[in-house]
Design a protein around this ligand. Structure first.
Ligand code: NAP
Length: 294
């Protein structure tokens, strides 16, 4: 598998395309709903192409960097992508069904015209979306699968894909082997799981990642300028949760049953007009107390 095109130019497409290119893969096409954003990712990929230096034709001795390798093209039509070995659909979850159907129509037309003997493997990258969303493509003869990176990815932060576990699902063993090869290229760990297991892990990641992030924003606001003082205790709790268990890592007034401290905390938040903070404090304290009783 050498050529991998992307539908989408958001966080996932951005990080994966750059990482794959660095590993020597060709990214022939990027297609994006908003062409300007697709063009931006295309420019970034092309500016990253390895350059060799050659003699300038007019000035002997001047060395001009010349990009080598295959440049990426910002596709104007989904049909352009069909020559790739793999197409990664990295669009918002809600857009995957519509994109799959549109791509299936292009595959159908290409097959009718006898244009594409070799059809690409087509995958999506969503944790919460069933593999069956790609059935219209499977029915046109495409090999389909899912490549879900279980890490928060953003355009602004580069990641080492060695630290990104991928959850893989495929409609057949040959496609699964191709997905494993994909992970091998990036040096990533991979785990096979079905759509339901992936969904449960996605929900779990919302708890561990998004909800923790929300609580951190409440904590930062409560601490004010001194919020960096929370870093050691927070990191120690996370480390302990993973090395032992969340239950073993639990401390604090709700765990100890210090009711006077709890009342004092809530009263202080209410007096400061921090209604959201006091509501969340009250709810979570109640849930922790109930869990402790069990
Ligand atoms: N970010 C993560 O941490 C992460 C991690 C694992 C998996 N995922 C999954 O990866 C996929 C992409 O996530 P992301 O974070 O890269 O998303 P994102 O940064 O929000 O980008 C969304 C992409 O979807 C396109 N899009 C949205 N609605 C569309 C529509 N109706 N038709 C066509 N294209 C549409 C956007 O195009 P425009 O530029 O035109 O808006 C953009 O390219 C999702 O399935 C997500 O669940 C994300």
């Amino acid at each position: 598998m050498n050529s991998i095109s992307f539908i989408g130019a958001g966080n996932v497409a951005h990080r994966m395309a750059i990482a794959l290119q660095e590993k020597g893969c060709i990214i022939p096409h990027i297609w994006n709903r908003t062409p300007a954003k697709g063009a931006k990712l295309t420019r970034i990929l092309n500016s990253n192409l390895p350059a060799s230096t050659s003699r300038n034709a007019f000035g002997a001795g001047l060395l001009t960097p010349v990009p080598t390798g295959t440049p990426t093209v910002c596709a104007s039509s989904l049909t352009d992508l069909l020559d790739s070995d793999m197409i990664i659909i990295a669009v918002s979850d809600d857009a995957i069904p519509e994109i799959s159907r549109a791509l299936a129509q292009q595959v159908h037309n290409a097959v009718l015209c006898g244009e594409n003997e070799h059809l690409p493997i087509i995958v999506h990258t969503s944790g919460a979306t069933d593999i069956s969303v790609l059935d219209s493509l499977k029915n046109e003869g495409c090999k389909c699968g899912v490549l879900y990176p279980l890490l928060t990815l953003s355009k602004s932060r580069s990641v080492d894909f060695k630290n990104v576990p991928f959850l893989l699902e495929a409609n057949d063993s040959k496609t699964m082997n191709a997905l494993k090869k994909f992970c091998h290229i990036l040096g990533s760990e991979h785990y096979e799981c079905d759509s339901h297991q992936r969904l449960m892990l996605h929900i779990a990641a919302v708890f561990s990642c998004n909800f923790t992030n929300y609580l951190l924003s409440l904590a930062f606001e409560t601490a004010g300028k001194e919020h960096s003082l929370l870093r050691p205790t927070t990191l120690e709790m996370i480390r302990k949760s993973f090395s032992q268990s969340p239950q073993a890592a639990l401390t604090g007034p709700a765990k100890r049953g210090d009711m006077m401290t709890i009342e004092k905390h809530i009263k202080t938040l209410e007096e400061a007009g921090m209604t959201e903070h006091s509501e969340v404090y009250r709810l979570l304290t109640h849930k922790i107390t109930e869990r402790n009783k069990r």
